[in-house]
Design a protein around this ligand. Structure first.
Ligand SMILES: [Zn+2]
Ligand SMILES: [Zn+2]
Length: 102
């Protein structure tokens, strides 16, 4: 059985001639031919490049986990470009990673 992907990027389950997304709950009717191709281009795949400590800029940010005052940060455009990017932080000390919406 082939694996189908939802437009949100998650795997879909085959269910009584339908495809149901485990993540967002979206349902797509599976064609009788057994061939279903998703039209959407997966532009929202999150790729963290150069994500190694030392290559990222740091800022004064208090870690919510260990209260260390310095964290690496980077921005990721997760969805369509008209939505604000998500800012990620990673604690310099304990490597705890968290996000903040701008
Ligand atoms: Zn989905
Ligand atoms: Zn920390």
């Amino acid at each position: 059985m082939e694996i189908e992907f939802c437009e949100c990027g998650s795997m879909m389950e085959h269910k009584q001639g339908m495809l149901k997304c485990r993540s967002c709950g979206k349902e797509v009717k599976k064609e009788v031919s057994g061939k279903f191709t998703t039209q959407s281009v997966r532009e929202d795949v999150v790729v963290i490049e150069n994500n190694k400590p030392g290559t990222l800029p740091t800022t004064t940010k208090t870690c919510p986990k260990c209260a260390h005052g310095m964290a690496y940060w980077w921005l990721i455009q997760t969805r369509s470009s008209d939505e604000p990017p998500t800012q990620f932080y990673r604690c310099e000390k304990c490597k705890h990673t968290w996000r903040e919406y701008k």
